[in-house]
Design a protein around this ligand. Structure first.
Ligand code: TPP
Ligand code: MG
Length: 325
């Protein structure tokens, strides 16, 4: 059995996304993309939908990417990736294709192309950097924006308490495509994220990864708090870390110490209105707590296994507590 140190040292550290790009301080997406590339290694080609990641990494005439990278439009990263994969296959090249997109480019406008790519069985890993709004164009709500969050198009005020609708359960929709592998990950759990990227790249056929990626600007928290905020999303049960194979649940990271949702919400300006002394705010808080409790119940998240072991060693511990579907 390898020691934790050996396991850490053996992790790949390929730097596919260079520093010096133009992301905001504390950008969760930049961290998520760096971790994705570290795990994927150099033998990849990327299709990147319009959004913050594309904009801050490729401001003319510079590029922060050290791997082949192709810009797609907002809607069609999955279609472009599918074409790249088919062409590389014809050429007999063993290069794995990744599609990268924000939540807008995944849950909303990119969804049709994504569903088609999954259904046709392309050997592509689709990575969604989920910062829960259209950040690049000024923090407009998407179907991934959580219930009650304030954005510029779902403001909090007299008429309503931020977004009225629920965050779309994208993973369940992906699961309905019965692809070999799909998972959620978080920038607060780097080793788990890297492990999921490697697992996704191993499977033959389409895979999908949804990475929770805080946005200090859009979420209204200090840039030094991004990892803390991401961790609390997991530890409250609001963003469960789960894995699916052929649409069935095969893994869920247990939470050792479950936090109340207020620990997560109070750090973010987008939920500030929920802490006003008024009945509507209390009702919304109770609603969000109920959503977290539901996740904890459905995915069996309450567990004694450590959820903070940030190493490959954690996986064997974690596997012990897995629930099969
Ligand atoms: C068809 C089309 N509509 C609108 C836009 C403008 N636009 C560019 S990026 C973007 C939002 C991207 O949001 P998301 O995919 O969540 O990525 P983020 O910027 O949050 O990383 C929008 C609306 C566009 N480029 N193309
Ligand atoms: Mg977004």
């Amino acid at each position: 059995m390898n020691t934790l140190h050996d396991l850490r040292a053996s992790q790949p550290r390929f730097q596919g996304l260079e520093s010096g790009h133009r992301a905001c301080q504390g950008c969760g997406q930049a961290l998520a993309a760096r971790l994705t590339l570290e795990a994927a290694g150099p033998n990849v080609a990327l299709a990147n939908a319009t959004g913050c990641l594309e904009v801050f990494t490729t401001t003319w005439p510079d590029s922060a990417w050290r791997v082949p990278w192709l810009h797609s439009v907002f809607a069609n990263a999955a279609a472009v990736a599918a074409g790249m994969e088919a062409a590389l296959k014809m050429q007999g090249k063993d290069i794995k294709v990744l599609a990268l997109a924000g939540d807008g480019g995944t849950f909303d406008i990119g969804f049709q192309a994504l569903s088609g790519m999954l259904e046709r069985g392309h050997n592509v890993l689709f990575v969604c950097y989920d910062n829960e709004a259209y950040m690049n164009t000024g923090v407009q709500r998407s179907s991934s924006t959580p219930h009650a969050a304030a954005t510029t198009t779902s403001p909090a005020g007299i008429a309503r308490m931020g977004k009225r609708h629920l965050k779309k359960d994208i993973l369940s929709i992906i699961a309905a495509h019965h692809i070999p592998y799909a998972a959620t990950a978080s920038v607060a759990y780097a080793a788990d994220l890297r492990k999921k990227v490697r697992r996704a790249l191993q499977v033959d056929g389409p895979s999908f990864l949804q990475i929770h990626s805080p946005c200090p600007l859009g979420w209204g928290h200090g840039s030094e708090l991004s990892v803390e905020v991401a961790r609390l999303a997991v530890q409250t049960g609001l963003f469960p870390l789960i894995e699916l194979e052929l649409g069935a649940l095969v893994g869920a990271m247990p939470i050792r110490e479950i936090h109340p949702v207020t620990d997560y919400l109070k750090l973010q300006g987008r939920f500030k209105h929920l802490f006003a002394d008024d009945a509507r705010a209390r009702e919304e808080l109770a609603h969000l707590q109920a959503l977290a409790d539901h996740n904890i119940e459905v995915y069996g998240l309450q567990g004694k296994a450590p959820d903070t072991l940030d190493s490959e060693g954690a996986d064997s511990v974690r596997r012990g507590g897995l629930r099969s579907a």
